[in-house]
Design a protein around this ligand. Structure first.
Ligand code: AVJ
Length: 328
């Protein structure tokens, strides 16, 4: 009642549901469809709102989460050889505009890179990343492409005088895909990179205890990252998930060679959003992510099935992570 007018507006904005009745956003539709399935599931792509992206950056700094720092070290360590393979005036196509620190390693090592084409579904994230890099690499042609790279993909024609098109897909994001999805992605990449290559990061099969620790960190950041999916539904869809009544559950599925993340209902409960109601029994889970682990040979075989010729693969002394050069 005593709020200044602009404060009243802010309050209004926060309390107005994005969609009170109809399933009016892709997140609302996919969440409702996934919760109606058995087993219940939600796509991990919905982790990454701005809070989720910040939590993921925190995960990358955790002592238990080895992938990011191991991959960065591999890229730094082999940057010269990678640059040599790419050749002069290369155009780098990044699938997902991810961490700028990784692309900087390539841009700094490559000989006179001709262009950088980041592809991301989030236009906002894409433009922020492009703007930042334009400041740092004034002479680089940066062409952001707002698209879902898991769907059909059309890229701008190569610039005149450009060298090879080099795809970059770091972080083992490929591990989020099913085998069929990974194959389809690699086929698309092979097509758009024809005559060039794909530089791909893939997490490796290892001791389950190491994997367990990486997805069950002692600070609970991964748990917060997982639970943020429900917090996001509360924020964006005016859902009524009680975060205290869901538990983060991550385990290594040995035969499937994947980490599975789930949110497990701690009690019998009903949740509602956008006019939909779901009953969850105590112990029932919502499957939020698969993170597949690879062997170097297995990854190369998968790439070959998609039309790539496997080049060198680099790994660290402990065999934690791998970076692959795949010729398109
Ligand atoms: C970004 C999909 C590669 O699978 O390790 C980190 C996401 N999930 N901790 C991964 C994630 C939980 C990450 N990827």
């Amino acid at each position: 009642p005593h709020l200044a007018p602009h404060m009243a507006n802010v309050q209004d904005k926060q309390s107005t549901p994005a969609c009170a009745e109809a399933l009016c956003t892709p997140f609302a539709r996919d969440l409702a469809a996934g919760l109606a399935e058995q087993p219940r599931r939600v796509s991990p792509k919905y982790f990454y709102d701005s809070t989720g992206s910040q939590l993921f950056e925190q995960i990358c700094e955790l002592p238990e989460y080895y992938p990011t720092r191991t991959e960065m070290a591999l890229l730094r360590h082999h940057a010269r050889e990678i640059a040599e393979l790419a050749g002069p005036r290369a155009e780098i196509v990044e699938f997902g505009a991810g961490a700028l620190q990784k692309i900087r390693i390539l841009l700094d090592a490559f000989e006179d890179p001709a262009g950088y084409l980041p592809i991301d579904i989030s236009g906002e994230h894409l433009n922020a990343a492009a703007a930042e890099l334009r400041r740092e690499y004034a002479s680089l042609a940066i062409q952001p492409v707002a698209a879902d790279y898991t769907q059909r993909l059309l890229l701008p024609a190569p610039a005149a005088g450009a060298g090879k098109r080099i795809g970059f897909f770091p972080g083992s994001t490929i591990g989020n895909f099913t085998e069929a999805e990974a194959l389809r992605f690699l086929q698309t990449a092979a097509r758009v990179l024809q005559g060039g290559a794909l530089l791909l990061g893939a997490d490796l099969v290892k001791e389950p205890s190491t994997l367990h620790a990486a997805y069950n960190d002692s600070e609970g950041v991964t748990a917060a990252f997982n639970l943020n999916l429900l917090a996001r539904a509360n924020r964006e869809l005016d859902a009524d998930f009680d975060l205290d009544q869901f538990a983060h559950h991550a385990f290594y599925n040995v035969p499937q060679r994947r980490i599975e993340m789930h949110l497990v209902s701690r009690c019998d409960q009903t949740v509602q959003f956008c006019g939909e109601r779901f009953f969850l029994a105590e112990g029932e889970s919502i499957h939020t992510e698969n993170s597949h682990k690879f062997t170097i040979a297995g990854l190369r075989e998968l790439a070959a099935r998609a039309g790539f010729t496997a080049g060198p693969a680099w790994t660290d002394a402990d065999g934690l992570f791998s970076v692959h050069w795949l010729i398109a």
